[in-house]
Design a protein around this ligand. Structure first.
Ligand SMILES: Nc1nc2c(ncn2[C@@H]2O[C@H](COP(=O)(O)OP(=O)(O)OP(=O)(O)O)[C@@H](O)[C@H]2O)c(=O)[nH]1
Length: 323
């Protein structure tokens, strides 16, 4: 960066500077006349030393990236073009300007020291109004960006908690949610049951009809769970062909009824491979466990798994409970 003269000796006029629109040109021009103009080569970074200063781009353009360490909402930054300014906020709150400013092409920058900015604000209502408008615009833009990021963050959070094939909740969701659901039921003295489901002879289905057909069968089983449960229940893909229904407020008797409903509907589900021929019907084996004193989420799952194992052992397409 090199100094190439002053504003007063340059061909630029007050009308070229957005911040000074509708101000008293002659007095502003006189005040800005001694201000230095710096030339910044393409790719060069501006480094602030000492108190923050106001820069106005006279020619070229500047990429401004906020301080990412400060948790700024806008890490992509903005491009500052001729007539536009940068650094006004740091001047106003007397903070060090931590933005990274890089010349996107050869630039000429007008540098205004903070003392002069304050003096001009005192003198000119027009400048104060323009500054307020600019800051208000920046706040709105930052808020809009923040909202976009929050939405995006929520979208990715949802994505990370759902199984991409079936759309059911995944294991990560379960690990987080089940302990909390258990705690809530305990707090209110309500029961909670889980039903573990494992599709029968699924390897054979895959081997005979292919993995695409296997995937369709998994989606059909997931739909059975989703459609048969109450809105307050949860359906989870626990692992490969293993799924789980979480039934808050359901005791052992009700859970058994729900498991029976799921078993029936699983048998009735029609699986299509790519909308062509229907595949053989699927069945599932079910293990039901109900929360008991001293059981945590892991122990509850282990109990349901144990019951499921017995359902498999005793012939599949059936339900076993923990007792
Ligand atoms: N198509 C498909 N297959 C999967 C997926 N995840 C797991 N599998 C398959 O599921 C099959 C599970 O096989 P096994 O654990 O032997 O169980 P099974 O054949 O269902 O036998 P039983 O459970 O004893 O009735 C394996 O062949 C896995 O490859 C998946 O996302 N898509």
């Amino acid at each position: 960066m090199e100094s190439i003269g002053t504003f007063g000796a340059s061909p630029y006029t007050i009308r070229d500077l957005h911040l000074f629109r509708d101000t008293h040109e002659a007095s502003v021009a006189a005040a800005l006349a001694p201000c230095v103009i710096n030339r910044v080569a393409k790719g060069e970074q501006l480094r602030e030393r000492g108190p923050a200063r106001l820069y106005i781009v006279l020619s070229g353009s500047l990429a401004v990236v906020p301080d990412t360490k400060a948790g700024s909402a806008d890490t992509f930054g903005t491009t500052v073009r001729p007539g536009e300014s940068v650094g006004e906020q740091s001047v106003l709150d007397e903070a060090v300007n931590r933005e990274t400013m890089t010349a996107l092409e050869d630039c000429e920058l007008l540098v205004i020291e903070p003392d002069l900015v304050w003096r001009l604000i005192d003198q000119s209502n027009g400048l104060a109004r323009n500054l307020l408008r600019l800051l208000s615009f920046r706040i709105r833009a930052a808020n809009a960006q923040l909202r976009r990021r929050q939405k995006l963050g929520e979208f990715y959070r949802q994505l990370s908690l759902n199984d991409s094939l079936t759309g059911l909740y995944n294991r990560a969701w379960l690990d987080d949610a089940l302990p909390r659901l258990i705690a809530r039921c305990r707090e209110h003295g309500n029961p909670l049951s889980i039903v573990m489901v494992d599709l029968d002879h699924f390897k054979k289905l895959n081997d005979t009809h292919g993995h695409v057909a296997g995937d369709s069968a998994l989606c059909a089983a997931a739909s059975v769970l989703r459609d048969a449960l109450r809105p307050t229940d949860f359906a989870v893909r626990y692992g490969g062909e293993e799924m789980m229904a979480i039934l808050p407020d359901a005791g052992a008797e009700l859970a058994l009824k729900i498991a029976e409903r799921l078993r029936q509907r699983m048998r009735e589900a029609v699986v299509f491979e790519g909308m062509r021929l229907p595949l053989p019907h699927i069945t599932g084996s079910f293990g039901v466990a109900t929360l008991a004193p001293g059981l945590d989420d892991r122990a509850l799952i282990a109990a349901a798994d144990c019951a499921l194992y017995r359902a498999k052992e005793s012939g599949r397409d059936r339900i076993c409970t923990t007792d």
